[in-house]
Design a protein around this ligand. Sequence first.
Ligand SMILES: Nc1ncnc2c1ncn2[C@@H]1O[C@H](COP(=O)(O)OP(=O)(O)OP(=O)(O)O)[C@@H](O)[C@H]1O
Ligand SMILES: [Mg+2]
Length: 473
Amino acid sequence: MGICASKQKGTGGGGKVAPAKRDVDQGSARTDSWTSSVREKGEFTALQLKSAVKVVVVVRPLLGFEKAKGASECVEVPSTTVVQLPPRRGTSSDPFRFDFDRVYKMNNPGRQMFAEVVQPLLCHFIQGFNTTVFAYGQTGSGKTFAMGTMGRQLSTSGESDGIISRSMRFVFDRMKDIRQQYDVSLKISFVEIHQDDVQDLLGDGENYAPIHVRENPERGTYLENASEILVHSMDETAHLLEAANLHRAVGAHNLNEHSSRSHAICTLQMEQRLRPGAASGPDAPRFLRSKLHLVDLAGSERAKETGTTGQQFAEGVNINKGLLALGNVIGALTEGAGRKHIPYRDSKLTRILQDSLGGNSETLMVACVSPAASNFEPTLSTLRYAARARSIHNRVKQNNKITSEEEIAYLRAELEEKTALVVKLQSQLDMAASMMKGSVSPDNIKLVMPGRSPSALAGVTSTRASFTGSGAF
Ligand SMILES: Nc1ncnc2c1ncn2[C@@H]1O[C@H](COP(=O)(O)OP(=O)(O)OP(=O)(O)O)[C@@H](O)[C@H]1O
Ligand SMILES: [Mg+2]
């Protein structure tokens, strides 16, 4: 049975995503070649897949300040996969109509959205595929609320939980099953891109080297010098993330009291190694490595509407620059086969998300919009980009390769563990032999049960260096 198959019952999601439809606004056909075996049964059969970026839309309710101004709504959701805007005022054109994988218009879509579209992705993450969930939309549209990095959303649990804490809980919940067959390490990092600078939200803030975006064949793109903390439980992770989140740049402006002034990227890296002698099928991979990016982007903003000046104005300019680069990457990726150059290098944001857009990652975009008629233009623009993103095809492969250095380091750790066990058993034998000779009283004997020593699992608890994989098991 697949790792994720055992607990998918009763979630309402069952690993299924609404069937792909034709993008009405874009007119482009969409293909999606996830094999049913991987998608629904969660088994290790497909090693390479072509996957279209999935897009869901979340329409938040009108907020108090919008109601107080007498705002009217302009976003209609005629079905669970369609969202519609009326023609522009004074024109007689058709309404703007878009198809997506799913559209949510409700107060707290968290639970349902997680079950329907996030959980299936996490099953693939656990099976060794890179995955990304990123929230996109104008300022104040609900991205931080949806990802769940607002206030105490990360360490408490309830209906308004966001994608990050639900995802972490899901992964830790699956650990019990996975650990019956695999040694597992989970490492977390949390950075923000503020004023075009990558900053470590998990660092101690002192003497750290600048963070660079690097690339290598095993890891894809990664952040050199970012803290990577080995985590063991949901509680530990929630508190770590919440403490880190306090350092994130947030400010108030006309459209949002708690506006994110930076793009935040939380990454969970998982490595799994089949235990020697584990009861597993012949196809079970010996090694799996995957990363999960959970991204809360800052929203696009117009200074005229946000009323920002000084530092906040400069932040807004940088936010918009990063988002423009993201838009250009989405544009280039969807321009068709003729386009060779994709401008990933135009911003740090697009460099970090290089795998997620057009690369080795299964990706879900959560496009957030406000229902207010006063936000018609930014909402239309978000929906257009989101519709475009649906025709990006990523090539997702199961990451099951291990370098020879990693293999050697792991075998060395195994050997040390076995040697320690032999030493322990030997000393027990010596004690028993002495007791039989009458030189040791049975009261002085402390039995040591042979078993797996935790030493090989301990590894490095926190590292600012690049991810080496091996020592972390
Ligand atoms: N689905 C929802 N249900 C109820 N309230 C919501 C929902 N989504 C967002 N809100 C509220 O809307 C406001 C703005 O949300 P949020 O801060 O998440 O926006 P944002 O897109 O992250 O904006 P920015 O780009 O400025 O950071 C918050 O007060 C939040 O509580
Ligand atoms: Mg935000």
